[in-house]
Write a protein that binds this ligand. Structure first.
Ligand code: G4P
Ligand code: NA
Ligand code: NA
Length: 196
């Protein structure tokens, strides 16, 4: 998506640990017009699928998920990162390993908000190793819900998450795929795509 790629080139900050900071429009301050445009693009990409819920994970997936949910006219459910979990059986629980943050955490979704009748579009802001998305997939599978697709704003194509999800047969669409970043110059190189 050209609009997002241009914004990353303009306002993204390349750190020397392979991390792209997008705090000024996606991860701290939110550009709602951009999020709405991303939502419309996901609607175009997944418009043929029946979607009943958007599923994401707190915190930074919520903004983009709201832009998508508005276009599909369905609710957003966000998985919560829990410190200690009351395992009373009314929530789906999964465990996520975060490489960037160097820790493992549990994530929960109430059984009230996802069930076997749901057709889910999973949305997140970043795809790197894919651990967060693996967790969301696990929750959908526990719930017996159908996963219609996975939509990501920014995929880091030089990390293994995207390839692994595609190999597993998931319908994955990323609005911008980064092939490489140079912390010296700040340059970001995108995977070229076939224009619609
Ligand atoms: P993974 O989920 O794809 O495996 O990613 P990883 O464990 O490496 O990353 C953990 C967190 O860092 C995730 O956020 C992920 O979205 C984010 N992340 C990974 N690479 C980048 C990057 O280059 N730039 C930015 N800005 N974020 C990146 P999270 O756990 O959902 O945390 P939160 O930010 O929502 O609290
Ligand atoms: Na994040
Ligand atoms: Na995220």
């Amino acid at each position: 998506m050209e609009l997002l790629e241009d914004r990353i080139r303009q306002d993204g900050v390349v750190k020397d640990d392979g991390v792209l900071k997008v705090d000024s429009f996606l991860n701290h301050q939110l550009d709602i017009e951009l999020l709405d445009a991303c939502g419309e693009e996901f609607k175009r990409l997944f418009g043929d699928a029946l979607i009943t819920k958007i599923l994401t994970i707190e915190a930074s997936g919520i903004g983009i998920a709201c832009g998508v949910a508005r276009c599909f006219g369905v609710p957003v459910v966000f998985a919560k990162k829990a410190q200690s979990i009351n395992l009373d059986g009314d929530a789906y629980v999964t465990r996520i390993q975060s490489y960037t943050h160097g820790r493992i955490f549990d994530v929960i979704v109430s059984k009230k908000y996802i069930g076997p009748e749901d057709h889910i579009l999973i949305i997140d802001d970043f795809l790197a190793n894919g651990c967060a998305l693996d967790g969301l997939i696990d929750i959908c599978q526990h719930a017996g819900a159908s996963i219609e697709g996975i939509g990501v704003a920014i995929e880091k194509g030089f990390q293994p998450g995207g390839r692994s999800l595609r190999e597993r047969g998931f319908r994955l669409e990323s609005l911008a795929i980064i092939e490489g970043m140079d912390p010296e110059t700040g340059a970001v190189e995108f995977r070229s795509r076939i224009k619609p």
